[in-house]
Design a protein around this ligand. Structure first.
Ligand SMILES: NC(=O)c1ccc[n+]([C@@H]2O[C@H](COP(=O)([O-])OP(=O)(O)OC[C@H]3O[C@@H](n4cnc5c(N)ncnc54)[C@H](O)[C@@H]3O)[C@@H](O)[C@H]2O)c1
Length: 417
């Protein structure tokens, strides 16, 4: 099936971006929200997206024609004719279950129902319908009109045909889809948050300042450092994700208490004017970033808590900050994903590059350095810092088998267990 008519539920940040990319490949789109004001805001944002395309060379007539493919609505009335719906409403399971139940009643039997959830269970959402084989996760990255990656996540009962249609649609939208098996955090957030969390421990240990850590990581090949990213994403959102991943994966994701201290103090990042850095709207372009003066006290409070938990192991002998300290947890988590057969080895670097702008490939790095080197480094960090660095069993097994890199996994899946 080729998608010709689609609907997007939720005209917020993600929904408007997704509606824009759908219309850009000639698909008619219904953009639905609960109130007309929200619909109008969403349409206004899409208009701005097309205006900026015109500034970059798109013909005005073409932009007008594509924008006209998007129709705003507050009702489900016209959903009888859609081939596919992408839901991008609030990240609350009760909201999503209600929406999918309604969609199942209203949409034609052929329609595929996709969710852009960041972390909720695709299988649970699918179970609210009588067509779980037609429900799939399509996880876009923010801003959806620019970021290339879409994680396509089948639920337990999703059919291969549904996955195929979702993958084809992504390619039609000029996106880079990666198929990811359902697991908490899916692929990119699961991998990325090991690095974000480790950066907090580095800060707590006083090995470097937020600017030093950010600068070193950028030098290593990431588009921005962890603290700039924390402030941009929102400390409250990150604290929630950290807590969720810990609840699902245990000690490997043991969260630094620092984020909770910052949330309690209202230091939520750019949106409140202060996070790790101060965000002064009147600051001149190019002006050096200023560290939040309240940060030191919050670090001291977090350190008291870290010292009293058994799962974390602050390093006794600080020796400055090596970017590997925050990069290796991502590599290790990628290997855990391979071990669980969440994703194909080749897709990990594609996903991190297109979802987060990584210039370095984690799997490419493992290939260059060799798996024995990866295990040796992770083992040393594991001894120094505890469970957050426990090497994935697959890595131990491959090194034992004298396998140099993951390319052999592409030839035949290596059974684990
Ligand atoms: N913002 C991100 O960085 C990001 C990235 C990837 C995925 N997501 C996911 O995308 C979804 C939307 O996130 P967002 O940032 O666009 O949120 P948002 O708050 O900007 O927009 C959500 C919109 O959904 C509308 N809405 C709520 N309930 C609705 C309903 N029953 N019917 C129709 N519309 C409804 C709201 O009025 C609002 O306009 C969430 O599931 C989120 O986890 C967000």
């Amino acid at each position: 099936m080729r998608v010709q008519r689609a609907a997007v539920i939720g005209a917020g940040a993600m929904g408007s971006g997704i509606a824009c990319v759908l219309s850009q490949c000639g698909i008619e789109v219904l953009l639905k929200d609960v109130e007309q004001a929200a619909v109008d805001r969403g349409l206004g944002n899409i208009k701005k997206m097309f205006d900026s395309r015109v500034k970059k060379g798109m013909a005005q007539t073409e932009a007008d024609k594509l924008f006209a493919l998007v129709q705003g609505t507050t009702s489900y009335e016209d959903f009888k004719n859609v081939d596919l719906v992408i839901e991008a409403a609030f990240e609350e399971i009760s909201v999503k279950l209600d929406i999918f139940k309604t969609l199942d009643e209203i949409c034609p039997p052929r329609a595929i129902l996709a969710t852009n959830t960041s972390a909720l269970s695709i299988s649970e959402i699918a179970a609210a319908t009588n067509r779980p084989e037609k429900v799939v996760g399509m996880h876009f990255f923010n801003p959806a009109q620019f970021m290339k990656l879409v994680e396509v996540i089948p639920g337990v009962k999703t059919s291969d045909e549904t996955v195929k249609v979702a993958l084809e649609l992504c390619r039609d939208m000029q996106k880079t889809p990666v198929k990811v098996e359902e697991c908490p955090g899916f692929l990119v957030n699961r991998v990325l948050f090991t690095y974000m969390n480790e950066a907090l421990y580095v800060l707590q240990e006083g090995l470097a300042t937020p600017e030093e850590i950010d600068a070193k990581v950028v030098e290593f090949g990431l588009p921005m450092g962890p603290f700039a990213l924390f402030d941009m994403t929102g400390i409250d959102v990150c604290a929630h994700v950290n807590k969720f991943l810990y609840s699902q994966y245990g000690p490997r994701f043991s969260p630094s208490p620092l984020l909770a201290k910052m949330v309690a103090a209202g230091a939520l990042g750019q949106k409140t004017g202060a996070g790790f850095y101060l965000h002064d709207k009147n600051a001149l372009k190019g002006e050096a970033k200023k560290i939040n003066p309240a940060l030191q006290e919050m670090i001291a409070q977090a350190n008291k808590e870290t010292a009293s938990t058994s799962e974390t192991k602050p390093s006794g002998k600080a020796k400055g900050f090596d970017a590997l300290r925050v990069i290796l947890p991502m590599l290790n988590e990628s290997i855990y994903c391979l071990q669980e057969q969440v994703v194909a080895a080749d897709d990990i670097d594609i996903a991190m590059q297109n979802g987060c702008g990584f210039k370095i490939g984690l799997i490419a790095m493992a290939k260059e350095k060799g798996l024995a080197w990866c295990l040796q480094e992770l083992t040393a960090y594991h001894q120094a810092h505890g469970e957050r660095f426990r090497p994935a069993w697959l890595l131990v097994k491959l090194v034992g088998a004298q396998v140099h890199d993951f390319s052999e996994l592409n030839k035949k899946p290596i059974a684990v267990g």
